[in-house]
Write a new protein. Structure first.
Ligand SMILES: [Zn+2]
Length: 438
């Protein structure tokens, strides 16, 4: 089962040290970034940037600053909690303990492995519960964004747990079975299965899953419908319908998106978006989304996901066969010589891998954020060409204001975390485009 049982201690120590170091570096960088952001936003709280002086009130600007600071501060607390939980599961022996309790109770086998993952997810969810509650019912509430009642929140929770169990457990069982039974190249088969499962989920999400949480009604406003249909024809875009979603049921944040595949694509507008924007502005926002399709950003994202997960599965395929991978992260693998129980280690490997990967991958996140911001500029340019830059600017400003997004983020924070360029940069680009055009 293992390539190198005897020489486990040396590499295990190296892994422990590398993991601890990466975790500390993670915390330091993230704390530094958050404190930069808080300081920068607070410093610019008392005056609206000149470019927005005529369009954004001081009140709205200060609300955005306070919201950003409140969220970032709370993020620091979450960060600390996350690090403690991660250490608790790994080096402090939490996962090892859970594994052994379940081994004693269920013996080694598929049920024990499924129970291990389920218990891990349930315990993690319980620890995170107060965090989510505070975010929704304190922070979002204080700034007037939360529209959820306790009943709705509980209903969502029950539905999500039920869905996770019905959909998640079978696919987990298949992957664990492949890990144990498909030989050396199991990771290739598991990857194919996982990708097929993801595609299937993307296909059934709009018609089977999303309606469990929201109501979707066909867009009724005839003027808007005609406009939007014309725009889509102009851009050569086929779709299976325009829908309005009752986003206002949960939150005042506004959005629009596409779901589905090929000709089954649907356009979904949040009711909150339609309530705030004029038909011409809705058109401009939609044209931006169409831009993402025209430039094949969605396809690129899906292909990147495929490539990265293939790498991930290959790496897991190798690591799961190394005893030091378990010892180095605070877990004794299920081996007759180690714990007296010879049982599959696949669930352990999977959990350890998923837990530690974000600690290392954080350091490449500026790259993917950069790519994403580039795509946003391209989609903006497309929207300006297909509709009007004036409408898109006005729509974006309203959305930034309604979502209380700060107009003065810290530039370094932006480089690490922002998938969308700050409003100032987007509007400046659009204005430059407009002045060239006129
Ligand atoms: Zn976009």
């Amino acid at each position: 089962m293992f390539d190198s049982m005897t020489s486990a201690t040396g590499p295990a120590d190296v892994l422990t040290a590398a993991f601890a170091l990466a975790l500390v570096a993670n915390l330091l960088v993230k704390f530094w970034l958050a404190s930069r952001q808080i300081r920068h936003v607070a410093q610019h709280r008392n005056s609206v940037p000149e470019a927005f002086a005529r369009t954004i009130t001081l009140d709205a600007h200060q609300k955005a600053a306070d919201y950003t600071i409140a969220k970032t501060r709370f993020g620091l607390l979450e960060l600390a909690l996350g690090a403690v939980v991660l250490l608790g599961w790994t080096l402090l022996g939490g996962l090892d303990l859970l594994n052994h309790l379940l081994l004693q109770w269920l013996g080694g086998g598929m049920w024990q492995q499924l129970a291990l993952v389920a218990a891990f997810v349930a315990i993690g969810g319980l620890i995170e519960l107060p965090v989510t509650l505070y975010q929704t019912f304190v922070i979002e509430q204080r700034f007037g964004f939360n529209k959820m009642s306790w009943q709705l929140w509980l209903g969502d929770l029950v539905k999500s747990v039920a869905l996770g169990t019905i959909i998640g457990l079978p696919i987990l069982a298949v992957i664990l079975w492949l890990m144990g039974a498909a030989g050396r190249l199991w990771w290739l088969w598991a990857w194919c299965t996982w990708m097929g499962f993801n595609l299937l989920l993307l296909m059934v999400y709009p018609t089977l899953i999303a309606p469990l949480f929201n109501k979707f009604k066909p867009l009724e406003d005839e003027t808007l419908k005609t406009r939007v249909t014309q725009l889509m024809q102009r851009c050569g875009f086929a779709s299976k319908g325009l829908f309005v979603m009752d986003g206002s049921k949960r939150s005042a944040h506004a959005n629009a998106y596409f779901t589905g595949f090929g000709a089954a694509k649907r356009v979904v507008f949040y009711d909150t978006l339609l309530a705030r924007l004029s038909p011409a502005q809705v058109d401009a926002v939609l044209a931006h989304e169409l831009g993402h399709f025209k430039y094949k950003h969605i396809l690129q994202r899906i292909l990147t996901l495929f490539g990265v997960s293939l790498l991930g599965f290959a790496l897991l395929g190798w690591l799961s066969g190394q005893a030091w991978f378990y010892f180095g992260l605070g877990v004794r693998p299920n081996l007759a010589g180690v714990t007296g129980v010879a049982a599959p280690n696949d669930a352990l490997a999977l959990l350890l891998f998923l837990m530690i990967v974000p600690t290392f991958s954080f350091f490449v996140s500026p790259l993917s954020a950069l790519m994403s911001r580039k795509h946003e500029f391209q989609a903006d340019a497309y929207a300006c060409a297909q509709t009007s830059g004036v409408d898109l600017s006005a729509a974006l400003l309203k959305l930034y204001e309604d979502n209380a997004s700060t107009l003065t983020p810290d530039p370094v924070f932006v480089k690490f975390y922002y998938s969308h360029p700050p409003a100032s940069e987007r509007l400046a680009r659009m204005q430059a485009g407009l002045s060239v055009a006129t």
